[in-house]
Ligand binder design. Structure first.
Ligand code: FAD
Length: 365
C-alpha cells in the first residue's frame, strides 16, 4: 500500500482531463492524471466501428495542438483516440493509466483518493470522468424482455454482425440512435422508436455546413451559456435529453426503410418490448440508445443536488474548495462537453487552481 502526496489530481485522461493538465502545465503547476483505462483514448476506440465525429476536424483541436486532417473532414473514432494519445505525448502530460479511483473523500482540508489498496492525498482534485465515466442508462423493464432477445446499449454496439438474425428495435432517436438505426437497417428490418429530437438542417458533408457550422459553434459557445437566460433555459435539455440528429436525416431513415415510431418504449409484455401507441413488438434484438446516467457514488461528499449533479459553477464547487469538475454537460456552455468547447472550461479551472495554490503559498509564507 502506498500513500502519495501531490498538488493536483485529475481523474480522467479524456479531452477534459488532458486539456486541464495542459493549462496547469502552462501555469507552472504540477498535476497527475489518473485513468482507469489501459491507454489514453481507449474509450473512443471502444465506440462503434463506423463512428465519425459530428464536428469537423477544424473545430476539434485541444489547446496547443491542431487536430490533424483537412478542416472539413470528420475524424473517425480511432483518429480521435490517436489524437488524444498524441496530445498527451506531445506535452508530456503525466498520465497514469490502469489507475481507477474507487473513492474520493475530503480529509483535513485536502482530498483522499483511493485506488484499490493505494491512496493519494492532494490539495486539488479535478473530476474529468466525462461521458464514458457515466453509466449506460437502460430502463429497468429491459430485465423483463425475453432472454432470446439480444440486448445491447449503444456503448456496447460495434457493428451489425453483433446482432441476431431477424429484426431490431433501436430505442432513442438522438444522433447515436439514428446513426445506428441507419446502419443496421442495411442488414435487417429495423424499427427506430422515440421522440423526434429535430435535425440540423444541413448535411455535414455539404458546402452549406461550412456556413451553418460556425454559427452553431458560436451559439453553443457564446450564446447558450449559464450566463444568459436562454442558456440557463437550455441546461436541462442538454443534460437530460437527446440532441438533434446531425449526420443521418429523417429522409435517409425513410429511404432505408426504417420503421420510424415516435412513441416511447414503455415496458415489456410477454417478454416483448411495448411501444406507446403501437403495442408489443416481435423483435430479435434491441439496441438501447438511451444515453448515460451521471453516477458519482464514488465521490463521498455532500456536493450533489437532488438531480444527482454536482453543485458547481464553471466546474468550481463552492462547498468543497479545491474540488473541481471539467467536461460536465453544460458546465459553462452547451459546448462544454465537446471538443470545440472544453478547452475554455479547462483553462478556467486551471486558473482557479493557480489562484488557490498562490493563496495557500502566500498564507504559508
Ligand atoms: C457516441 C458519441 C459521439 C460523440 N461525438 C462527438 C463529436 O462529434 N464531437 C465532439 O466534440 N464531441 C463528441 N462527443 C462528446 C464528447 O466529446 C465525448 O463524450 C468526450 O469523450 C468527452 O470527453 P471527456 O474528457 O469529458 O470524457 P471522456 O472522454 O469520457 O473521458 C473520461 C475518462 O475518465 C476515465 N474515468 C472515468 N471514471 C474514472 C475513475 N473513477 N477513475 C479513473 N478514471 C476514470 C475514463 O476511463 C475516461 O478515459 C461524443 C460522445 C459520444 C458518446
Amino acid at each position: 500500500m502506498t500513500i502519495e502526496h501531490i498538488e493536483t489530481a485529475i481523474i480522467g485522461a479524456g479531452q477534459a482531463g488532458l486539456a486541464t493538465a495542459y493549462h496547469l502545465q502552462r501555469r507552472g503547476r504540477s498535476c497527475l492524471i489518473l485513468d482507469g483505462n489501459e491507454h489514453v483514448g481507449d474509450n473512443w476506440r471502444a465506440q462503434w466501428d463506423s463512428l465519425r465525429l459530428y464536428t469537423p476536424a477544424g473545430y476539434d483541436s485541444l489547446p496547443g495542438l491542431p487536430f490533424p486532417g483537412p478542416r472539413w473532414s470528420y475524424p473517425t473514432k480511432d483518429q480521435v483516440a490517436d489524437y488524444l494519445a498524441a496530445y498527451a505525448k506531445r506535452f508530456e502530460l503525466p498520465v497514469r493509466t490502469l489507475a481507477r479511483v474507487d473513492r474520493l473523500q475530503a480529509i483535513d482540508g485536502k482530498y483522499l483518493l483511493r485506488l484499490g489498496a493505494d491512496s493519494i492525498i492532494t490539495e486539488n482534485v479535478v473530476v474529468a470522468t466525462g461521458t464514458f465515466g457515466r453509466t449506460p442508462s437502460i430502463p429497468d423493464f429491459a430485465l423483463d424482455l425475453d432472454p432470446s432477445i439480444r440486448q445491447l446499449h449503444s456503448s456496447e454496439y460495434r457493428n451489425p454482425a453483433q446482432l441476431k438474425p431477424g429484426s431490431v428495435l433501436v430505442v432513442g432517436a438522438s444522433h447515436s440512435g439514428t446513426d445506428i438505426a441507419f446502419e443496421v437497417a442495411s442488414t435487417r428490418p429495423t424499427v427506430l422508436a422515440g421522440r423526434d429530437p429535430g435535425q440540423v438542417p444541413v448535411r455535414l458533408d455539404h458546402w452549406s455546413a461550412r456556413v451553418v457550422f460556425p454559427a452553431i459553434g458560436f451559439l453553443a459557445k457564446h450564446v447558450l451559456t449559464r450566463r444568459t437566460p436562454i442558456g440557463r433555459k437550455a441546461v436541462a435539455g442538454v443534460r437530460f435529453h437527446g440532441l438533434p440528429m446531425l449526420r443521418v436525416k429523417r429522409s435517409d431513415l425513410q429511404a432505408r426503410g426504417v420503421d420510424r415510431i415516435l412513441g416511447r418504449v414503455t415496458g415489456a409484455r410477454d417478454g416483448r418490448p411495448v411501444v406507446d401507441g403501437v403495442g408489443a413488438l416481435d423483435v430479435s434484438n434491441v439496441v438501447w440508445c438511451t444515453g448515460f446516467r451521471q453516477v458519482f457514488d464514488w465521490i463521498d461528499m455532500p456536493i450533489f443536488g437532488a438531480d444527482g449533479w454536482p453543485q458547481e459553477m464553471r466546474g468550481v464547487v463552492p462547498k468543497a474548495p479545491g474540488l473541481f469538475f471539467c467536461g460536465l454537460a453544460f458546465q459553462y456552455a452547451a459546448a462544454s462537453t465537446v471538443l470545440p468547447g472544453v478547452g475554455r472550461d479547462a483553462a478556467y479551472v486551471a486558473e482557479q487552481i493557480k489562484a488557490r495554490v498562490g493563496t495557500s503559498v502566500a498564507l504559508a509564507a
